[in-house]
Design a protein around this ligand. Structure first.
Ligand code: AVJ
Length: 334
């Protein structure tokens, strides 16, 4: 087999380090901090430091989703692969691939069974994609890799451009959970519009469970998740010339058991003002005023099935861990 070196596509809207361009970041920060209920988007968590902290989160004892999904994929890899593969060539598109630690469970099996496919990891972190590209060349040199650096819309463009070919889209790790309800529907419908009959979507979802399990996963004892959230303010300091005092904000997550959503906030522990040079603007915070930073939705299997149906997908198979904490759902195009 031949080793294919694929050069990373250069995207002009992405800086060298892979972070999204500053103008868009500035605009979103301005919009978010000007609201009555202030918010900053979790999509901006993943600069270099944020990606490093997220790696640490995935190894925390409290953060069960990574462990559970690992169990699901390891325990079912042959079944999953045989449902993906068939006999014809396909593209395996991995949305938000990161270090692809979990995807590699499937890649090794696909490689072992000599399946005909190429691997298209997509991630906002350029660092992560360069590292992954190198790592795969070492570890799985037979697999053709075409890494894409960019946000999810970049992946959608890629899907659109390759509409005619057979595709399996991976959306692992319950990344879907960060979207608002209407956003997740829009996003999955978009994906569906670029797929054809026989194409598949393999999506990881965190399932509903006791708040006693969920809450600590987002409020770990060692404070890594707090640092992960606070790093967003640090990023604004660095990239937009702000003067957030990170010691005057506290990470404060809550779980809403009826909506099934984990919500994270950064709460201002005193009345204070923050100046952001790039916006030429000062923002006032009342004592205990909160900035919403992240939603992480938890689903029932029925909800996931309905979400799929709404977006043009039917459930082909559901894979779960032993304790039913996490599911990877295989959808086919309806
Ligand atoms: C990467 C979006 C799945 O929501 O559980 C981890 C991110 N935030 N700890 C999640 C996250 C706080 C994570 N996702």
């Amino acid at each position: 087999m031949t080793v294919t070196m694929t050069l990373l596509p250069i995207d002009l809207s992405i800086k060298q380090d892979g972070t999204a361009d500053t103008a868009a970041f500035a605009k979103d920060v301005l919009e978010g901090l000007s609201r009555t209920n202030k918010k900053l988007s979790s999509r901006y968590f993943y600069d270099k430091e944020g990606s490093r902290l997220f790696q640490k989160i995935m190894h925390l004892s409290e953060y069960y989703p990574t462990r559970c999904e690992h169990e699901v994929l390891t325990g079912n890899k042959q079944d999953i692969i045989s449902k993906f593969a068939g006999d014809s060539f396909f593209h395996l598109i991995d949305l938000g691939a990161g270090d692809a630690l979990k995807t590699k469970i499937l890649l090794r099996e696909l490689d072992k069974q000599k399946k005909q496919f190429d691997y298209v990891p997509v991630d906002i972190s350029g660092d992560a994609m360069h590292q992954l590209n190198e790592n795969l060349q070492q570890e799985l040199p037979n697999i053709e890799v075409q890494a894409v650096v960019g946000e999810y819309f970049k992946a959608l463009e890629w899907l659109h451009e390759n509409k005619a070919e057979r595709k399996v889209v991976l959306f692992l790790g319950s990344n879907i959970g960060n979207f608002e309800d209407d956003e997740s529907i829009d996003f999955l419908k978009k994906i569906r519009s670029y797929l054809n009959t026989g194409d598949k979507l393999f999506m990881g979802v965190d399932l509903r469970k006791s708040p006693d399990v969920i809450l600590p996963a987002y409020n770990d004892a060692s404070g890594v998740t707090a640092a992960f959230n606070l790093n967003l303010l640090q990023r604004i300091n660095q990239e937009l010339g702000a003067n957030f005092d990170l010691t005057a904000f506290q990470h404060s997550p809550i779980y809403h058991p009826q909506k099934g959503v984990m919500k994270s906030y950064l709460v201002s522990t005193k009345a204070q003002e923050v100046h952001i040079k790039a916006l030429n603007k000062t923002f006032s915070f009342d004592a205990w005023e909160a900035i919403h930073t992240e939603n992480s939705h938890k689903y029932s299997l029925k909800q996931v099935e309905e979400l799929g149906l709404t977006c043009g997908f039917t459930v082909e198979a559901v894979f779960q861990d032993e304790a039913s904490q996490f599911a990877d759902v295989l959808f086919t195009v309806k």
